[in-house]
Design a protein. Structure first.
Length: 547
């Protein structure tokens, strides 16, 4: 039976609800069934489906000991991932599957079933990897696999568990199931046929993914399953994967080797207005995940912000910033981009937040065009090279990747060299003709740098970081962000800083930025942008007359 077609027909008939993103993917897949470029072979998927349903059993209450009977959506994914082949080579089309699904939909059990099927069905001498961001999360997946193995006498008899060194071994085939996490010391030396990465939403970089991908370089039919819920980590590995997937679905990127399978809602409002739509992000609702659970958290979310953030993120795959953030993720997120060449020969307003060692140094330029309310933002960041690795560990963000992307400039030693900030401003002027009319700065720790900038002809404006000077500009920035008027070129560092920012409120309703929850939550980009808004307000009429 063609489960992809059956699943698609159930959706077309209205018996199953999915979001627009998955519907678009399924539309394309069904069309590809008739594309001469591909062959659809149901046998590889059916083999794995049959294995799982014959030999695997559930290991957790309330289904403990019961046969693992796959749901239609699970069969459709397996058949699709393994069934499409390239007509010219006969080799598997997809080498990567990205499954985004809300929590408590049987995700870990599904991954465990796939891993154990691959372990027994793969050719000899291969590694099957169960991976995650942390060792603890990888252990959860590994334990599920091992428990599933022990539930079946026939599977247990054919394998040996070496739990003390974290692998399951088949003496007959020499296959192994191993753990891997971002915390693993050695990520090399694997011979991976299939890798399953569980819960990538907290991954800040792609090191685990890269280790699996590189180990598959000699494989003709490699396969990686990335299976996760949404998270609150901004600018991390999951964000980059989902951004890539969504560009594929929009036709902006062509990649026939990646299979995005995204269970997402189409709006927040539909969640509160129509219970039937909960199925869009919860395909196992009513079977594994209970409606009563969702009704309970829904009622609590109406009165508790923390519950609302967690619910929208984990139960409906709607990206959220941490509870307590100044802005929710929808407000601060803007993936609109621009070509800097279109901003050539413009006047700008600058804002800088300097730091010596602990934080980032942030430099911002805000540019408006005539007869437009949009603010185009250029952002660049600086940090000392000697603290790079320490900051990666403490802040849990991929500074090293941001350095490679040219978003961060490293200064030699353990302190920031503010002359590099000056050089960045000069480079923008000399390369693009974008000239800041005024540059705002906090006078703390900036004496020699101010003189350097003034000697080069910059008009420098003092902006003290007090609640009265920052409150109104911060509120104006909030309004502009909510109206999608701040185009920051999808800069992940600035987005991260905005997500880390909390609004500290006084008795009169004035606000100023503060760090959210942790000293490692950097907000320097937000502060620099607010400083630029202070200066923009100060010279609003003069600046607009220059446009």
């Amino acid at each position: 039976m063609n489960y992809l077609v059956e699943y698609y027909q159930e959706i077309e008939n209205g018996d199953i609800l999915v979001g627009e993103e998955l519907k678009k993917q399924l539309d394309d897949l069904v069309k590809d069934l008739d594309n001469p470029k591909y062959i659809f072979d149901m046998k590889p998927g059916d083999l794995r489906i049959s294995f799982i349903e014959t030999f695997c059993k559930h290991t957790k209450s309330p289904f403990n000991g019961m046969p693992f009977i796959l749901e239609l959506w699970e069969k459709a994914i397996i058949q699709t991932a393994y069934g499409f082949k390239m007509a010219d080579t006969g080799l598997r089309r997809f080498n990567e599957v990205i499954l985004l699904i809300a929590r408590k939909n049987g995700k870990t059990t599904f991954v465990a079933g796939l891993d154990i099927a691959e372990f027994f069905l793969s050719r000899g001498g291969v590694d099957i990897i169960c991976a995650s961001n942390t060792t603890e999360q990888a252990n959860i997946l590994f334990e599920e696999i091992n428990n599933m193995r022990e539930q079946s006498p026939s599977l247990s008899k054919e394998t040996r568990s070496k739990k003390n060194i974290f692998y399951i071994y088949s003496p007959k085939t020499k296959n192994k199931i191993k753990k891997l996490s971002a915390q693993s010391r050695n990520k090399d030396g694997y011979n991976i046929e299939v890798g399953c990465i569980d819960e990538v939403h907290e991954m800040t970089d792609s090191k685990v993914y890269d280790a699996i991908k590189q180990s598959q370089s000699t494989k003709k039919e490699p396969l990686i399953f990335i299976i996760t819920t949404e998270g609150t980590t901004v600018g991390g590995f999951l964000d980059s994967k989902l951004d890539y997937s969504r560009k594929m679905l929009k036709g902006e990127i062509q990649d026939e080797r990646v299979l995005p399978w995204l269970y997402t809602q189409d709006s927040v409002n539909e969640i509160y207005e129509d219970k039937k739509t909960w199925q869009k992000s919860n395909p196992s609702i009513g079977v594994v995940k209970l409606n009563s659970y969702l009704e309970d958290v829904m009622n609590k979310s109406k009165h508790d912000l923390s519950t609302r953030v967690t619910m929208l993120c984990k139960d409906y795959n709607i990206k959220q910033a941490d509870s307590g953030s100044w802005l929710n993720f929808d407000d601060l997120n803007n993936d609109e981009t621009y070509n800097i060449d279109d901003l050539r020969d413009s006047y700008a307003i600058g804002g800088v937040d300097l730091s010596s060692t602990t934080d980032l140094t942030a430099a911002i330029l805000v540019i408006q065009k005539k007869d437009s309310n949009k603010k185009f933002v250029l952002a660049h960041f600086f940090m000392p090279s000697e603290v790079l690795q320490k900051r990666i560990t403490e802040d849990n963000v991929p500074y090293d990747i941001w350095v490679k992307r040219g978003l961060v400039t490293l200064t030699e030693g353990s302190q920031n060299d503010f002359s590099l900030v000056t050089q960045w401003f000069m480079k923008i002027i000399q390369t693009y003709g974008i000239r800041p009319l005024w540059v705002g700065f906090d006078p703390w720790n900036s004496q020699y740098w101010i003189k350097e900038m003034e000697d080069l002809g910059f008009n420098m404006e003092k902006v003290r970081q007090g609640i009265y000077s920052l409150s109104e500009p911060m509120k104006q920035l909030e309004a502009d962000l909510k109206n999608s008027l701040v185009i920051y070129n999808n800069n992940p560092i600035l987005k991260w800083c905005l997500a880390n920012t909390q609004a500290k409120v006084d008795l009169n309703g004035n606000i100023q930025p503060s760090k959210l929850n942790s000293k490692y939550k950097r907000i320097d980009g937000t502060v620099a942008l607010i400083i630029a808004y202070v200066v923009l307000n100060r010279y609003k009429i003069d600046y607009e007359n220059m446009l």
